[in-house]
Design a protein around this ligand. Structure first.
Ligand code: CMC
Length: 427
């Protein structure tokens, strides 16, 4: 029995008493599950006030700018942990011992190869295909390789699927890149770190040795940590919705990748860099800020604003520091970073952005880092997808582990009432 209750009275009918559920942190949640059987639905397009599930993985306090994975603050994880340890924490709920971590790392690094037939699938894509389209297709196609051997109702099978996805995603991502530039695929190397192996598959060629720069390897690892999970965002909710029907996990992750691609979500990093390039110089910033504030112009400041954060995105703070580190290491003075910092300064002092609590988000600085590392902007969202795969799987597993109902929202129907059909086609 919940301690708090909400009473709903509709047009003098008998009141309906609803439980108010309390989590360990965050807002109370009114349990409206009994309303459907009483002939009432709740209406919340875009889920601005709806908790779609119960979860123990990630917590966000948008007003305070707090992000916790299994209780651990994101800045501590980004500074003192590594991506694979964060993956372990997200998937298992606790920090690993050295032995547990070693076993986890070994399992992930031993499943990085992809079936050779996938290379022939890739040949079917146009040379100039966007890498996100290729990644979505290839990940979905992996369902065909692991379908009969996978029963999502068996916990061990779910675990194997989780390892396969985590291990193979960097290989898929790097293959998408190599295909787009016409270079031969580079096979994964199990002696390298997760981030180092990805950089190697991206930049090594058969002609010359590729030496991994440890600063860039660490920066890539940090980018992966910062994108690893973000509770019930659009793509994670998509994976949960697809998975709620019992669908193959590779197909569910492909659905997540599709959802991530949009510019309002993961596609913002690519769109943000394009915007900074378009702004080009500090003196053009006021013109773009004016456009962003104009209700008749669809232009928005990319990398600004967030559905949940009404404060500085804690991931953006770490990303900005990493950005400076990478540019220093490479001895680069990036004009775009100057434009970005000035844009941030102007927007944070503008009443329009202050009133709407619009702050830089994770995507504001990530593009500048990735560009400095030599990664083309079309690959930015692919890297986001690779990093987020662990979050998607953690939520998919949690949903299966806890028992689930198929996701089936209802609607407020505003179409025609029933009417007689008469064809307008000439007989
Ligand atoms: N530039 C200018 N105005 C903005 C922006 C922006 N980037 N974001 C929101 N607004 C305004 C919006 O016009 C509205 O104004 P008004 O109240 O006068 O109508 C108000 O702020 C609230 O916006 P909203 O669209 O109702 O807010 P939302 O919660 O539905 O949207 C968002 C959140 C992230 C889609 C939106 O802020 C946005 O489009 N930002 C740019 C894209 C972006 O950077 N996305 C990456 C998000 S972080 C990475 C991830 O997790 O995917």
């Amino acid at each position: 029995m919940a301690d708090k209750k909400v009473t709903l009275t509709l047009n003098g009918e008998a009141p309906v008493e609803l439980d108010v559920l309390q989590g360990t942190l965050g807002q109370d949640v009114v349990d409206v599950r009994s309303l459907g059987s009483k002939g009432l639905f709740t209406f919340d397009p875009g889920f601005t006030s709806t908790a779609s599930c119960e979860s123990k993985i990630t917590y966000i306090d948008g007003d305070e700018g707090i992000l916790l994975h299994r209780g651990y603050p994101i800045d501590q994880l980004a500074t003192h942990s590594n991506y694979l340890e964060v993956c372990y924490i997200l998937l298992n709920g606790e920090t690993p011992t050295s032995e547990q971590f070693e076993e986890f790392r070994t399992t992930v690094t031993r499943h990085t190869m992809i079936h050779e037939q996938i290379t022939r699938l890739l040949q079917g894509f146009r040379r100039d295909s966007h890498p996100m389209a290729v990644m979505c297709g290839v990940t979905g196609a992996l369902a065909a390789f692991y379908h009969d051997s996978l029963d999502v109702n068996i916990e061990r099978h779910r675990e194997i699927a989780a390892f396969r996805l985590l291990s193979k995603m960097p290989t898929v991502a790097a293959m998408c890149y190599k295909y787009s530039i016409g270079q031969p695929f580079v096979y994964p190397r199990n002696d390298l770190s997760y981030a180092g192996n990805f950089l190697h598959m991206m930049f090594a060629t058969p002609c010359e040795e590729y030496k991994i720069n440890p600063v860039l390897e660490r920066a890539m690892d940090r980018i992966l940590i910062l994108h690893a999970d973000h509770e019930q965002n659009a793509s994670t909710s998509t994976v949960r919705t697809a998975g709620s029907s019992g669908a193959n996990p590779f197909a569910c992750i492909a659905a997540g990748i599709a959802s991530l691609w949009g510019p309002a979500h993961g596609g913002a990093n690519e769109a943000c860099l394009r915007m900074l390039e378009e702004i080009n110089h500090k003196e053009h910033i006021p013109e773009f800020v004016k456009r962003a504030k104009d209700k008749n112009d669809s232009f928005r400041l990319m990398g600004f604003g967030h559905r949940v954060y009404k404060n500085y995105d804690p991931r953006a703070t770490v990303m900005r520091d990493t950005c400076h580190e990478v540019l220093n290491e490479l001895g680069m003075k990036d004009d775009l970073l100057e434009v970005a910092m000035e844009l941030e300064h102007i927007a944070l002092n503008d009443p329009y952005f202050i009133e709407r609590k619009l702050y830089p988000n994770v995507d504001f600085y990530s593009g500048i880092i990735l560009k400095a590392m030599g990664i083309p902007s079309s690959m930015f969202t692919v890297i986001f997808a690779m990093a987020r795969t662990v979050g998607w799987i953690a939520h998919w597993k949690e949903m299966h582990d806890e028992g689930m109902k198929i996701a089936r929202p209802r609607q407020l129907y505003t179409g025609y009432e029933q009417r007689e059909f008469t064809s307008k086609l000439s007989k």
